[in-house]
Design a protein around this ligand. Structure first.
Ligand code: HEC
Ligand code: HEC
Length: 145
Protein backbone atom coordinates (compact mmCIF):
# COMPACT_ATOMS: atom_id res chain seq x y z
CA UNK A 1 0.00 0.00 0.00
CA UNK A 2 1.50 3.27 -1.07
CA UNK A 3 -1.42 5.41 0.05
CA UNK A 4 -0.36 7.21 3.18
CA UNK A 5 -3.06 8.17 5.68
CA UNK A 6 -2.50 11.81 4.73
CA UNK A 7 -3.26 11.17 1.05
CA UNK A 8 -6.34 9.13 1.88
CA UNK A 9 -7.69 12.00 3.97
CA UNK A 10 -6.88 14.53 1.24
CA UNK A 11 -8.74 12.44 -1.32
CA UNK A 12 -11.85 12.29 0.83
CA UNK A 13 -11.69 16.04 1.43
CA UNK A 14 -11.41 16.72 -2.30
CA UNK A 15 -14.30 14.52 -3.32
CA UNK A 16 -16.34 16.14 -0.56
CA UNK A 17 -15.60 19.56 -2.02
CA UNK A 18 -16.57 18.44 -5.51
CA UNK A 19 -19.77 17.01 -4.16
CA UNK A 20 -20.92 20.29 -2.70
CA UNK A 21 -20.80 21.84 -6.18
CA UNK A 22 -22.51 19.04 -8.08
CA UNK A 23 -23.97 19.77 -11.47
CA UNK A 24 -24.75 16.20 -12.42
CA UNK A 25 -28.37 17.24 -12.44
CA UNK A 26 -29.48 20.68 -13.56
CA UNK A 27 -33.26 21.16 -13.72
CA UNK A 28 -34.35 21.32 -17.36
CA UNK A 29 -36.36 24.22 -18.75
CA UNK A 30 -40.09 23.76 -18.26
CA UNK A 31 -41.22 27.19 -19.44
CA UNK A 32 -43.30 26.89 -22.63
CA UNK A 33 -42.15 30.04 -24.44
CA UNK A 34 -38.47 29.30 -23.74
CA UNK A 35 -38.85 25.74 -24.99
CA UNK A 36 -40.57 27.03 -28.10
CA UNK A 37 -38.23 29.91 -28.96
CA UNK A 38 -34.84 28.58 -27.86
CA UNK A 39 -34.91 25.10 -29.39
CA UNK A 40 -34.66 25.87 -33.10
CA UNK A 41 -30.86 25.82 -33.36
CA UNK A 42 -29.61 23.89 -30.32
CA UNK A 43 -30.88 22.18 -27.19
CA UNK A 44 -32.56 24.38 -24.62
CA UNK A 45 -29.85 24.97 -22.01
CA UNK A 46 -30.90 24.77 -18.35
CA UNK A 47 -31.15 28.27 -16.86
CA UNK A 48 -29.09 27.23 -13.84
CA UNK A 49 -25.88 26.94 -15.86
CA UNK A 50 -25.54 30.74 -16.23
CA UNK A 51 -25.89 33.56 -13.70
CA UNK A 52 -28.70 36.15 -13.97
CA UNK A 53 -26.60 38.86 -15.62
CA UNK A 54 -25.64 36.48 -18.45
CA UNK A 55 -29.26 35.88 -19.36
CA UNK A 56 -30.00 39.62 -19.19
CA UNK A 57 -27.18 40.47 -21.58
CA UNK A 58 -28.00 37.56 -23.89
CA UNK A 59 -31.69 38.38 -24.06
CA UNK A 60 -30.81 41.98 -24.88
CA UNK A 61 -28.54 41.04 -27.80
CA UNK A 62 -30.47 38.26 -29.58
CA UNK A 63 -30.21 39.99 -32.95
CA UNK A 64 -26.48 39.21 -32.80
CA UNK A 65 -26.47 35.86 -31.01
CA UNK A 66 -23.21 34.00 -31.70
CA UNK A 67 -23.34 35.20 -35.29
CA UNK A 68 -27.04 34.36 -35.75
CA UNK A 69 -30.13 36.50 -35.65
CA UNK A 70 -32.27 34.95 -32.94
CA UNK A 71 -34.25 38.20 -32.63
CA UNK A 72 -37.27 38.07 -30.38
CA UNK A 73 -39.28 41.08 -29.39
CA UNK A 74 -41.94 42.35 -27.07
CA UNK A 75 -43.74 40.26 -24.53
CA UNK A 76 -42.25 36.89 -25.48
CA UNK A 77 -38.71 38.21 -25.11
CA UNK A 78 -39.49 39.77 -21.73
CA UNK A 79 -41.25 36.65 -20.52
CA UNK A 80 -38.32 34.38 -21.47
CA UNK A 81 -35.79 36.73 -19.89
CA UNK A 82 -37.82 36.82 -16.66
CA UNK A 83 -37.99 33.02 -16.58
CA UNK A 84 -34.25 32.54 -17.24
CA UNK A 85 -33.23 35.18 -14.69
CA UNK A 86 -35.55 33.75 -12.02
CA UNK A 87 -34.05 30.28 -12.53
CA UNK A 88 -30.44 31.34 -13.09
CA UNK A 89 -27.52 29.83 -11.22
CA UNK A 90 -24.86 31.48 -9.17
CA UNK A 91 -21.92 33.21 -10.80
CA UNK A 92 -19.27 30.56 -11.46
CA UNK A 93 -17.38 32.69 -13.97
CA UNK A 94 -14.58 33.74 -11.56
CA UNK A 95 -13.95 36.76 -13.75
CA UNK A 96 -15.12 40.26 -14.48
CA UNK A 97 -16.67 39.75 -17.92
CA UNK A 98 -20.26 38.51 -18.11
CA UNK A 99 -20.06 34.95 -19.46
CA UNK A 100 -22.31 34.16 -22.40
CA UNK A 101 -21.16 30.62 -22.97
CA UNK A 102 -21.57 27.82 -20.46
CA UNK A 103 -18.77 26.13 -22.35
CA UNK A 104 -16.33 28.97 -21.54
CA UNK A 105 -16.76 28.75 -17.77
CA UNK A 106 -13.83 27.51 -15.67
CA UNK A 107 -15.78 24.59 -14.18
CA UNK A 108 -16.79 23.51 -17.67
CA UNK A 109 -13.21 23.42 -18.90
CA UNK A 110 -12.15 21.61 -15.78
CA UNK A 111 -14.86 18.94 -16.13
CA UNK A 112 -14.18 18.38 -19.83
CA UNK A 113 -10.42 18.63 -20.14
CA UNK A 114 -8.93 15.17 -20.60
CA UNK A 115 -12.38 13.58 -20.32
CA UNK A 116 -13.34 13.79 -23.95
CA UNK A 117 -11.61 11.93 -26.75
CA UNK A 118 -10.77 13.64 -30.01
CA UNK A 119 -13.20 11.37 -31.80
CA UNK A 120 -16.03 12.17 -29.39
CA UNK A 121 -15.45 15.90 -29.85
CA UNK A 122 -15.30 15.62 -33.63
CA UNK A 123 -18.66 13.86 -33.58
CA UNK A 124 -20.23 16.53 -31.39
CA UNK A 125 -18.58 19.32 -33.47
CA UNK A 126 -19.06 21.96 -30.77
CA UNK A 127 -19.03 22.17 -26.98
CA UNK A 128 -22.41 23.86 -27.30
CA UNK A 129 -23.79 20.56 -28.55
CA UNK A 130 -24.22 19.13 -25.02
CA UNK A 131 -26.76 16.52 -26.03
CA UNK A 132 -24.39 14.92 -28.56
CA UNK A 133 -22.44 13.52 -25.59
CA UNK A 134 -24.89 13.78 -22.69
CA UNK A 135 -27.74 11.68 -24.03
CA UNK A 136 -30.07 12.75 -21.23
CA UNK A 137 -29.13 16.44 -21.30
CA UNK A 138 -32.67 17.42 -22.16
CA UNK A 139 -33.82 15.75 -18.95
CA UNK A 140 -31.18 17.72 -17.05
CA UNK A 141 -28.87 14.74 -16.50
CA UNK A 142 -25.13 15.34 -17.05
CA UNK A 143 -23.56 12.70 -14.85
CA UNK A 144 -21.22 9.91 -16.01
CA UNK A 145 -22.96 7.47 -18.25
C1 HEC B 1 -31.26 31.13 -34.99
C2 HEC B 1 -30.60 30.09 -34.19
C3 HEC B 1 -30.62 30.26 -32.67
C4 HEC B 1 -31.69 30.48 -31.83
C5 HEC B 1 -33.16 30.65 -32.20
C6 HEC B 1 -31.14 30.52 -30.48
N1 HEC B 1 -29.78 30.29 -30.51
FE1 HEC B 1 -28.57 30.13 -28.87
N2 HEC B 1 -26.97 29.78 -30.12
C7 HEC B 1 -27.02 29.76 -31.50
C8 HEC B 1 -25.70 29.48 -32.01
C9 HEC B 1 -25.31 29.38 -33.50
C10 HEC B 1 -24.85 29.30 -30.89
C11 HEC B 1 -23.38 28.95 -30.90
C12 HEC B 1 -23.29 27.43 -31.06
C13 HEC B 1 -21.89 26.88 -31.11
O1 HEC B 1 -20.94 27.52 -30.65
O2 HEC B 1 -21.75 25.73 -31.59
C14 HEC B 1 -25.70 29.51 -29.72
C15 HEC B 1 -25.24 29.42 -28.41
C16 HEC B 1 -26.00 29.63 -27.27
C17 HEC B 1 -25.49 29.57 -25.92
C18 HEC B 1 -24.07 29.25 -25.51
C19 HEC B 1 -23.78 27.76 -25.53
C20 HEC B 1 -22.39 27.44 -25.00
O3 HEC B 1 -21.44 27.35 -25.81
O4 HEC B 1 -22.25 27.29 -23.79
C21 HEC B 1 -26.54 29.85 -25.09
C22 HEC B 1 -26.52 29.89 -23.58
C23 HEC B 1 -27.70 30.10 -25.93
N3 HEC B 1 -27.34 29.94 -27.27
C24 HEC B 1 -28.97 30.45 -25.47
C25 HEC B 1 -30.07 30.67 -26.29
C26 HEC B 1 -31.36 31.11 -25.79
C27 HEC B 1 -31.69 31.42 -24.34
C28 HEC B 1 -32.20 31.18 -26.88
C29 HEC B 1 -33.65 31.61 -26.91
C30 HEC B 1 -33.93 32.96 -26.47
C31 HEC B 1 -31.41 30.82 -28.06
N4 HEC B 1 -30.13 30.52 -27.66
C32 HEC B 1 -31.90 30.76 -29.35
C33 HEC B 1 -28.14 29.93 -32.28
C34 HEC B 1 -29.42 30.15 -31.82
C1 HEC C 1 -17.83 16.10 -26.81
C2 HEC C 1 -18.63 15.57 -25.72
C3 HEC C 1 -19.23 16.54 -24.69
C4 HEC C 1 -19.90 17.73 -24.94
C5 HEC C 1 -20.18 18.39 -26.27
C6 HEC C 1 -20.31 18.24 -23.65
N1 HEC C 1 -19.90 17.39 -22.66
FE1 HEC C 1 -20.21 17.62 -20.64
N2 HEC C 1 -19.03 16.03 -20.27
C7 HEC C 1 -18.52 15.16 -21.22
C8 HEC C 1 -17.71 14.13 -20.55
C9 HEC C 1 -17.01 12.96 -21.23
C10 HEC C 1 -17.75 14.46 -19.17
C11 HEC C 1 -17.03 13.74 -18.02
C12 HEC C 1 -17.69 12.46 -17.68
C13 HEC C 1 -19.05 12.72 -17.16
O1 HEC C 1 -19.18 13.23 -16.03
O2 HEC C 1 -20.01 12.43 -17.91
C14 HEC C 1 -18.61 15.63 -19.02
C15 HEC C 1 -18.94 16.22 -17.81
C16 HEC C 1 -19.90 17.21 -17.65
C17 HEC C 1 -20.43 17.69 -16.38
C18 HEC C 1 -20.00 17.19 -15.00
C19 HEC C 1 -20.92 16.06 -14.59
C20 HEC C 1 -20.57 15.50 -13.25
O3 HEC C 1 -20.51 14.26 -13.19
O4 HEC C 1 -20.35 16.27 -12.32
C21 HEC C 1 -21.39 18.64 -16.65
C22 HEC C 1 -22.24 19.39 -15.66
C23 HEC C 1 -21.43 18.76 -18.09
N3 HEC C 1 -20.53 17.89 -18.66
C24 HEC C 1 -22.26 19.64 -18.75
C25 HEC C 1 -22.20 19.90 -20.12
C26 HEC C 1 -22.94 20.95 -20.79
C27 HEC C 1 -23.91 21.89 -20.11
C28 HEC C 1 -22.59 20.90 -22.11
C29 HEC C 1 -23.04 21.80 -23.22
C30 HEC C 1 -22.94 23.25 -23.00
C31 HEC C 1 -21.63 19.79 -22.26
N4 HEC C 1 -21.42 19.22 -21.03
C32 HEC C 1 -21.04 19.40 -23.46
C33 HEC C 1 -18.70 15.25 -22.58
C34 HEC C 1 -19.25 16.34 -23.25
Amino acid sequence: MKITPFLAVATIALSGAAHSDEMEYMPPVTHAATLEECSACHMVYPAGFLPPQSWKVMMGTLDDHFGEDAGLYGETRAEIEAYLVANAGRDRSKGSAVPLRISDLPWFRHEHEEEVSKRQFEKAKSWANCNACHKQAEQGIFEDD
